[in-house]
Ligand binder design. Structure first.
Ligand SMILES: Nc1ncnc2c1ncn2[C@@H]1O[C@H](COP(=O)(O)OP(=O)(O)OP(=O)(O)O)[C@@H](O)[C@H]1O
Ligand SMILES: [Mg+2]
Length: 242
């Protein structure tokens, strides 16, 4: 069953065409990787899906509902949210408070608090719930961001480089979490430059290049695709990261 459909999405920033006629669909329960070189349009795609950026053309449908013109909080309440590549927490507030605010989308304060604690537990941060968010390390802040997204109770969760700057053990932890979320029925789209992680967790991968959909296939199809190797995987930086 299709849960998310993007049709003909285009977005221009001044003279720069950040997305060009991007069309794809995602089945419920799938884990879909989104890869491509820096500046390819991955974050813009996620922002467009959740209503933070308006497309110049095209449409997004979530669970059969057209999202055109809806604000991000409305899209979140319908079940789709994204994490931010540049995590911005309320540094002066506690970790719990940072996550709790997301829970207010569906709950009163007390229920949001208990939901937030569950989400923090799920990302392994329950022990620091009462600490100030500003005191956390960078990888911990990325996990708070993940907990915050989880606390909106998403059907479709978009993760934008949540594994950046994590060590291998922390990455395995997040990969386990992504799989367990899928087992709970969440559909995931994952932007990540760590190819090993992407190949490991994704059922399918879409590749963006200069805002265009370059390829859409299984991990095996993508690693063997000469177009993808030329545009992205053959790049020396990515070769090192693999
Ligand atoms: N709000 C904006 N205003 C102007 N240009 C933008 C804006 N957002 C993105 N861009 C440009 O659009 C292009 C796509 O950017 P985007 O952030 O989507 O790339 P990305 O694939 O996420 O890259 P990275 O891997 O570095 O995160 C880039 O050239 C970027 O500079
Ligand atoms: Mg990005």
């Amino acid at each position: 069953m299709t849960i998310l459909e993007a049709k003909g999405l285009s977005r221009r920033f001044g003279g720069l065409q950040a997305l060009v006629d991007v069309t794809f669909s995602v089945a419920k329960g799938e884990i879909v990787g989104v890869i491509g070189p820096n500046g390819a349009g991955k974050t813009t795609l996620f922002s467009t899906l959740v209503g933070l950026v308006r497309p110049n053309t095209g449409s997004v449908t979530l669970d059969g509902k057209n999202l055109s013109g809806l604000k991000p909080h409305k899209v979140a309440s319908l079940g789709m949210t994204k994490t931010f590549q540049n995590v911005a927490l309320f540094a002066e507030s506690t970790v719990l408070e940072n996550v709790l605010t997301a829970g207010l989308l569906h709950h009163g304060v007390e229920a949001a608090r208990s939901e937030a604690l569950k989400c923090l537990d799920r990302v392994g941060l329950k022990a620091v719930a009462q600490e100030q968010a500003g005191d956390l390390s960078f990888p911990e802040r990325a996990r708070v961001e993940l907990a915050r997204a989880l606390c909106t109770g998403p059907k479709v969760l978009l993760l934008d480089e949540v594994m950046a700057a994590l060590n291998p053990a922390e990455m395995s932890e997040i990969m386990r979490l992504i799989r367990s979320l899928r087992d709970d029925g969440v559909t995931l789209l994952v932007v990540e430059h760590h190819m090993r992680a992407i190949m490991n967790i994704c059922d399918r991968i879409i590749v963006l290049n200069f805002g265009r959909l370059l390829a859409d296939g299984t991990p095996a199809q993508i690693v063997g695709d000469p177009k993808v190797i030329e545009a992205y995987l053959g790049h020396p930086k990515e070769a090192v990261r693999r």
